[in-house]
Design a protein around this ligand. Structure first.
Ligand code: PLP
Ligand code: ZN
Length: 407
């Protein structure tokens, strides 16, 4: 028995049935899934969750789906106590939520599995998305599992390594000669003309809900408490708002106490409209033209930017941007302290965390969770210059010589 009751406009409150819809017809604001929390609270318990599968579907009661899940094994990724990195940064209670360890190597699988499950319920035989790469891979993989057709649209500038990780699932891969924001605009037009389920456009309200499971998992893994501080990267801002919503829902359902988490959003300096708005004390997120190599979060006109801004403000959190150079240093620091090879978005989160600690904003004793949302091996080009081997002949002498030079 699903507890989702309707879709509701976040701005004007207009309600819609649980259909496919892009934005509110009246005010063009995002719509979001609305639940009967009273009924949900009667069913959901810590024990019931604990009895569930070791995937994101242990929170199925809190997701807006009815039919059989399109599941490729997503979620319940490790929450690691990061003592080495913590020592390096000056934090005693630092944890890493390692969402590299999803089937297509990013947190997108959480959002997509919910949206594709819903797409199948709504009768779509073709799914599609506008993507900077990670979403395309996830949509294509889920289309294979769900046995539906997939069209995935990416900017032509996407790293070649990422395209292999998309094309292997054999979707219709379309590269568009333009920026991600151009791709997104085009896809909104395509969605009007063709009756396709666009995962991050007309199925966006469902896509959004999948990311809540990151908040659920972290709280459960901390033995049912919410952290003092959360640090996460943002592109459209959706993930960031949904970690927060996940924590709020757990509190509403009395699975955890009141949420006093400070939410810190991080972006690459070359594409940081949410951080700009935060720093300017503005209510308006002004679009920018992205200029960063952190392509997975290079969205200049973030659809949920306003809401991400509100979450950062209302939670007593903050916003931090970092240069590409610092993001790469962040990737290396994470790899060299905790053995995790994240993609550049992870580097942004780590470098952002470092700046926040250095500035005294996040304090040593605060229980802090940093979200690593995607894996590094797909965008190796970015850090290719770390490869500096000792070059030797196959004999001991040559090795000894090389060793003495390098030491
Ligand atoms: C998509 C993505 C994000 C940001 O997601 P939004 O919900 O659009 O803010 C962060 N990290 C990685 C690795 C991503 O692929
Ligand atoms: Zn509205």
């Amino acid at each position: 028995m699903p507890f989702a009751t309707s879709l509701r406009c976040r701005k004007c409150g207009q309600e819609y049935s649980l259909q496919s819809i892009k934005v509110c017809d009246f005010c063009l604001s995002p719509v979001e899934v609305n639940y009967d929390y009273k009924a949900m609270a009667k069913v959901v318990s810590r024990e019931r969750v604990a009895d569930g599968p070791f995937t994101m579907w242990r929170y199925r009661d809190m997701l807006p789906i009815q039919g059989e899940e399109v599941d490729i094994g997503t979620g319940f990724t490790p929450l690691l106590k990061a003592d080495n990195l913590g020592r390096e940064l000056g934090l005693d209670r630092l944890y890493i939520k390692n969402d590299c360890l999803n089937p297509t190597y990013s947190f997108k699988d959480r959002a997509v599995s919910v949206a594709v499950t819903k797409a199948r319920e709504l009768g779509f035989d073709t799914i599609a998305c506008a993507s900077t790469g990670n979403l395309a891979a996830s949509v294509a993989a889920h289309a294979s599992k769900a046995k539906v057709d997939a069209y995935v649209f990416v900017p032509a500038s996407v790293e070649p390594g990422k395209l292999v990780g998309v094309a292997i699932y054999n979707p219709k891969l379309v590269t568009v000669d333009g920026s991600y924001d151009d791709v997104n605009k085009l896809c909104a037009e395509i969605a009007q003309k063709y009756h396709w389920g666009f995962i991050n456009i007309n199925l966006r309200p469902y896509y959004a809900e999948g990311s809540k499971t990151l908040g659920f998992e972290v709280a459960e893994q901390l033995e049912w408490q919410s952290p003092d501080c959360v640090v996460a990267p943002a592109a459209s801002g959706l993930l960031f708002t949904r970690i927060w919503k996940g924590l709020q829902e757990l509190s509403m359902l009395k699975l955890i106490g009141p949420v006093n988490t400070h939410m810190y959003v991080t972006q690459a300096a070359g594409s940081s409209p949410i951080v700009h708005a935060f720093e300017a004390g503005s209510l308006h997120v002004h679009p920018v033209i992205p200029n960063t190599m952190v392509t997975s979060i290079a969205i200049g006109n973030p659809a949920d930017g306003y809401y991400a801004l509100m979450v950062a403000r209302q939670s007593g959190g903050g916003a931090q941007d970092v240069t590409d150079e610092k993001a790469i240093e962040g990737m290396q620091l994470l790899a060299q302290t905790e053995g995790i090879f994240a993609e550049a978005a992870g580097g942004v989160a780590i470098a952002g965390l470092k700046k926040l600690v250095d500035a005294g904003v996040i304090k040593r004793d605060q229980l802090t969770v940093v979200f690593i949302t995607g894996a590094g091996p797909r965008t190796q080009e970015i850090v290719a210059n770390v490869v500096r081997p000792l070059k030797i002949q196959p004999n001991l002498e040559s090795f000894s010589e090389a060793l003495s030079i390098s030491a």
